[in-house]
Design a protein around this ligand. Structure first.
Ligand code: ADP
Ligand code: MG
Length: 258
């Protein structure tokens, strides 16, 4: 190794910039061949390190978000799910809603892709440098109720308000007791116009009174959630059952769905 090369290796280590170190030989050759300016070269070298760090951080944020599965917008089949427009969802994936601190509400029967879309949009946020936290409504309530028990609810809500996006999945699968309904309302109120949420539910808003055990509480909650929001109403059959009708067409016994 020449003296310059070993000095450079030392400097890259000191800067903790391994991606730039790896890219240097090829970039330097290319710069000489193509007669780059010093500035152009500096930009290419530093840019390599920055994007390596960004994508690395993205993976870290995806892990920290605790998604139950990994889903992407590219995998979502808009020809199967025709009740949402691809352009609308793609636009949400550009994350303007996040910068505007508004919400996304995905409503629809089980299996129509609510959680898939919630995760896919959230992953875009992670890759764009935003922190995300995913949990089901039940898990959020458990977490907040534990904080309340320990007298740290305010602190917990404040901490959460610094996370730009939280996903509350599956509102309505289990009805809330009054304490749970209160905690959910605190969470929504605390984030109002401050940070975004993606909320999914298998129940239309008209049924939220039953979930929260109180029409007034449900209305207050819905008001806050939808004031700045995009609502995706998913319709149709469960994606899990796609193609099952083919069986009936070829004369097989129809699949019983209970
Ligand atoms: P929901 O949350 O509405 O109950 P999910 O998002 O969990 O439904 O979808 C159920 C399964 O079907 C998941 O594995 C999801 O990735 C897949 N899925 C649902 N809709 C689509 C779609 N339109 N394109 C591709 N996969 C889909
Ligand atoms: Mg779901």
């Amino acid at each position: 190794m020449t003296r310059t090369a070993s000095e450079l290796a030392h400097l890259f280590r000191a800067l903790k910039a391994p991606a730039a170190a790896r890219a240097l030989p090829a970039l330097a050759d290319r710069a000489r061949e193509e007669g780059w300016s010093y500035e152009r070269f500096a930009e290419a070298l530093l840019g390599t390190e920055v994007s390596a760090r960004d994508s690395h951080g993205g993976e870290g944020r995806i892990k920290a978000a605790r998604f139950p599965a990994r889903k992407t917008l590219e995998e979502f089949d808009f020809t199967f799910q025709r009740s949402v427009k691809k352009t609308v969802v793609e636009h949400l994936g550009q994350l303007d809603f996040l910068h505007a601190r508004s919400n996304i509400i995905a409503l629809g029967p089980p299996g129509t892709g609510k959680t898939h879309l919630a995760i896919a949009i959230s992953i875009r946020a992670c890759l764009a440098g935003q922190r995300v936290q995913f949990a089901t409504a039940t898990q959020w309530v458990a977490r907040l109720s534990e904080a309340k028990r320990q007298g740290t609810l305010e602190a917990e809500l404040k901490r959460l308000s610094f996370i730009p996006l939280i996903v509350v999945d599956e509102i309505g699968y289990i009805p809330f007791d009054p304490e749970a309904a209160n905690l959910m309302f605190s969470l929504v109120s605390n984030r109002y116009e401050r940070a975004s949420m993606i909320v999914t539910s298998n129940k239309p808003f008209s049924k939220w009174g039953e979930i929260f055990g109180d029409d007034m509480a449900a209305t207050a909650m819905i008001d806050r959630l939808i004031h700045h929001s995009e609502i995706l109403s998913l319709k149709g059959d469960s994606y899990r059952l796609r193609g099952k009708d083919l069986d009936t067409r070829i004369g097989a016994k129809p699949v019983e769905i209970t």
